[in-house]
Design a protein around this ligand. Structure first.
Ligand code: LLP
Length: 431
């Protein structure tokens, strides 16, 4: 199995977090996202322990909540002592409503509107991850109006190609995010930040991409960033206290994906950072990281019911389910790989090759192609594994399909964290 929270019980049913997924499907209906709360907590602790033991005191993970955003998640993050990265006033609002301490919240995004900036300050945001000169001027003005010095970290593009999918690679020079070192724009942003009275510049951030398996690209980025710290110290007498290395560590979606040892990766990165700081004559900064996917992806699974099967002679076999691209657009967008299983007959021989198709009026609405399952029949339960990240968070109401609920499993308890959307919920904004 691709993750240790998945198994098969004596009834031949797929289990998740020790629970029978067929019983969960009966209890809550389908489609439904089910989430393993203890796996989320376990991942938070792996990051927290690895970061404090390898990078030292003060270093901490910030959960990238774009990967999964609802109130209960922010409560769990608060309980686990995690920081959070938010990218919109909506994420920030959700975190505030969950009682998350805003001093540990970091506000990202390449286009923070004037409203976003005021709203974040009014809610006591800890840090702005500042993307560009236009926005830092507004942050400075707004901080001035409130007679505060706003803590800011600058988003820098280190010019790294992490060998991941182009759409989720963000650290290259030609990126809509941040200011590039190579073009001199990063240094200009530092000069500007240092010249503004109400800005408290704390350091730098970089994020090279997502679903990265090797740890070498993180080391390459860290070296470039430490060299940048040294250069800014030499040129402007300013030494950064914080270095945020972003998110991006991968997870296993399919058996062929490698297993990642997050602690070992962090240890490797930490050794390199320590030696580079020494070499460049700068103080070891506080290190932050922003994992999203690797905290929640394998803590999630989606359950669907099979509607029908279509065998097109000479072409392929389609199996239709009661969800699709509205609850998981990742195959349609990125052709992402997933492991798909038949939950109610998980022990049977999986020799029926098929394409699992969603229910939308769109031929690209597929969840996965070429998967092998025991021949599905109407009413069977299909499980798509590793859907905890960027599924609920990216869900839409395309074709006016209500969003599935998010069901949390905590040992032998299960509870609704987000209820199933009703038709009335969907039309509630319509005049
Ligand atoms: N920090 C920053 C600044 C980011 O842009 C991201 C992700 C993260 C942290 C978290 O990265 P993670 O640890 O989750 O890889 N929708 C795409 C992923 C987009 C990622 C965007 N940024 C997907 O479904 O694969």
């Amino acid at each position: 199995m691709i993750c240790d929270n998945i198994g098969i019980n004596e009834k031949g049913h797929l289990t998740f977090a020790g629970r029978d997924t067929v019983e969960l499907a009966e209890k809550y209906g389908t489609p439904a996202y089910i989430m393993d709360e203890n796996k989320i907590r376990e991942k938070c602790r792996i990051y927290k322990n690895a970061m404090s033991s390898h990078f030292g005191h003060g270093s901490m993970p910030l959960f990238a909540s774009k990967s999964l955003c609802f109130k209960r998640i922010y409560e769990i993050m608060r309980e686990e002592g995690m920081g959070i990265d938010v990218v919109s006033p909506g994420e920030l609002y959700t975190a505030v409503k969950a009682g998350f301490p805003m001093e540990n919240a970091y506000f990202h995004g390449n286009n923070k509107t004037d409203f976003d900036i005021s709203f974040a300050m009014d809610n006591g945001i800890g840090y702005f991850m500042c993307d560009n000169a236009d926005e830092i001027r507004v942050i400075n003005e707004e901080a001035g109006k409130r007679s505060i010095k706003q803590k800011v970290i600058l988003r820098i593009t280190p010019g790294i190609d992490p060998h991941t999918q182009a759409k989720i690679s963000t650290g290259k020079v030609d990126s809509k995010f941040g200011a590039a070192i190579e073009t001199g724009q990063a240094e200009e942003l530092v000069e500007l930040a240092l010249s503004l009275d109400n800005i408290d510049l704390r350091g730098y951030h970089c994020h090279i991409g997502s679903q990265i398996f090797e740890y070498q690209p993180f080391c390459d980025a860290a070296i470039i960033m430490i060299d940048f710290i040294a250069q800014m110290k030499a040129n402007h007498g300013y030494e950064a206290q914080v270095l945020n290395l972003g998110g991006g560590m991968g997870v296993r979606y399919v058996e062929s994906d490698p297993e990642i040892d997050y602690d070992a990766n962090i240890k490797g990165i930490s050794e390199l950072i320590a030696s580079e700081c020494e070499k460049m004559g700068v103080n070891h900064p506080q290190i932050l990281m922003e994992p999203g996917r690797s905290i929640v992806a394998d803590a999630g699974m989606t359950l669907y019911t099979v509607g029908g099967r279509k065998e097109i002679k000479g072409f392929k076999n389609y199996v239709s389910i009661d969800g699709g691209m509205p609850d998981n657009p990742r195959y349609a967008l990125y052709e992402s790989s997933y492991t798909v299983m038949l939950a109610n007959r998980a022990n049977e021989k999986a020799d029926y090759v098929c394409t699992v198709a969603g229910r939308c009026c769109e031929s690209g609405d597929l969840i996965q192609e070429g998967v092998s399952l025991p021949k599905p029949v109407r009413g069977d339960i299909i499980a798509v594994l590793t859907t905890g990240a960027y599924n609920y968070a990216m869900a839409s109401n395309y074709n006016a399909i209500p969003k599935p609920p998010v069901i949390m499993i905590d040992g032998d308890k299960d509870y609704v964290a987000v209820r199933r959307e009703s038709f009335d919920d969907m039309i509630s904004c319509q005049e």
